[in-house]
Design a protein around this ligand. Structure first.
Ligand SMILES: Cc1cc2nc3c(=O)[nH]c(=O)nc-3n(C[C@H](O)[C@H](O)[C@H](O)COP(=O)(O)O)c2cc1C
Length: 298
């Protein structure tokens, strides 16, 4: 039985820790890799240290989870040591990168490569400096420029993480076509109101929704992009159990990332996912994990 997935780098099983969950610190990343994750994506790292927004930064009312952390991170120059610590688990560590300009993306990606990252993931959901209030992903020319520049400067695989908050995700995916894989989806823009206080819950007013409530949105984007572009896709959004992961693979994903549910079940979710996948493959006579990718496509 083969659980190995080829994403430009080989990962031993299709379950990857998603960006932003217990991954700003090398030791926690290492622990999660040792607990069965096939690979881990780091917190998105920018040029400089950022503290993020004031609390409250999270709203939780199962199945709804909304966060507005504000891309808090230690800055790329302080992150090399964390990658080194995480790599001691001897599994791929994928460096997530965000920037305000093409140059920032390029510089941070190059540093990630120098630090030993196995691949980089471009977080294209951050605010676009010139397009006020808009995300970078909403500007296909800029997406194309960022991906081309980063691809030309580093030798490790480049993944592009797309935002569902753009008017046309197919355009965004086409603009990122030079990537080695597309990562779908980032959080869905949302908000909640505290009706007693008569004001928005989050200090930033708007946040990004994750967790099982967004799974059908993620499935739809993976399916649609796989059908349109036939690129390698890493599915993410609301995966809580093996059936959710299989659903993403049948929609077209080659691997999946797991985020919010790690808060709920802890890092042991990765071992459970692996065991449940093996049982699923035995029950369904599947020898190779690749056989699942895109089987539901029409
Ligand atoms: C608290 C929190 C922080 C996140 N931070 C990042 C981030 O820094 N970069 C990024 O690309 N995605 C970030 N995400 C989005 C996740 O990587 C993922 O795309 C999203 O949560 C959907 O997956 P899930 O439902 O399994 O959590 C964050 C999500 C959460 C809940």
């Amino acid at each position: 039985m083969n659980l190995e997935v080829d994403l430009g780098i080989k990962i031993s099983n299709p379950f990857i820790l998603a960006s932003g969950i217990l991954d700003e610190n090398g030791y926690t990343i290492k622990k999660i890799l040792e607990s069965g994750a096939g690979a881990a994506v780091t917190k998105s790292i920018g040029m400089e240290e950022r503290r993020g927004y004031e609390p409250p930064v999270v709203y939780e009312n199962d199945p709804v989870f909304i966060n507005a952390i504000g891309l808090s991170n230690p800055g790329i120059d302080n992150f090399g040591e964390e990658i080194k610590i995480a790599l001691a688990a001897k599994k791929p560590v994928i460096g997530s990168v965000f920037g305000k300009t093409v140059e920032e993306f390029s510089l941070i990606a190059r540093k990630m490569e120098q630090y030993g990252a196995s691949a980089v993931e471009l977080n294209l959901s951050c605010p676009h400096v010139n397009g006020y209030g808009m995300e970078i992903g909403s500007d296909p020319d800029l997406v194309n420029e960022i991906v081309s520049e980063v691809k030309s400067k580093i030798n490790i695989p480049v993944y592009s993480k797309l935002s569902p908050n753009t008017s046309d995700i197919v355009e965004e995916a086409k603009a990122a076509e030079k990537s080695d894989a597309l990562v779908l989806i980032n959080t869905v823009k949302a908000m909640a109101i505290d009706i007693k206080a008569k004001k928005p819950v989050l200090s930033n007013i708007y946040g990004g929704m994750s967790g099982k409530a967004i799974k059908p949105v993620g499935i739809r984007y993976v399916y649609e992009i796989k059908r349109e572009l036939n690129k390698k896709i890493i599915g993410v959004g609301g995966i809580e159990n093996i059936n959710d992961a299989v659903e993403y693979m049948m929609a077209g994903a080659s691997a999946v990332q797991i985020g919010t549910v790690v808060y709920k079940y802890g890092k042991n979710i990765f071992n459970k996912m692996n065991n449940d996948l093996v049982n699923y493959m035995i029950d369904n006579n599947i020898d190779n994990i690749d056989e699942l990718t895109g089987v539901a496509l029409k």
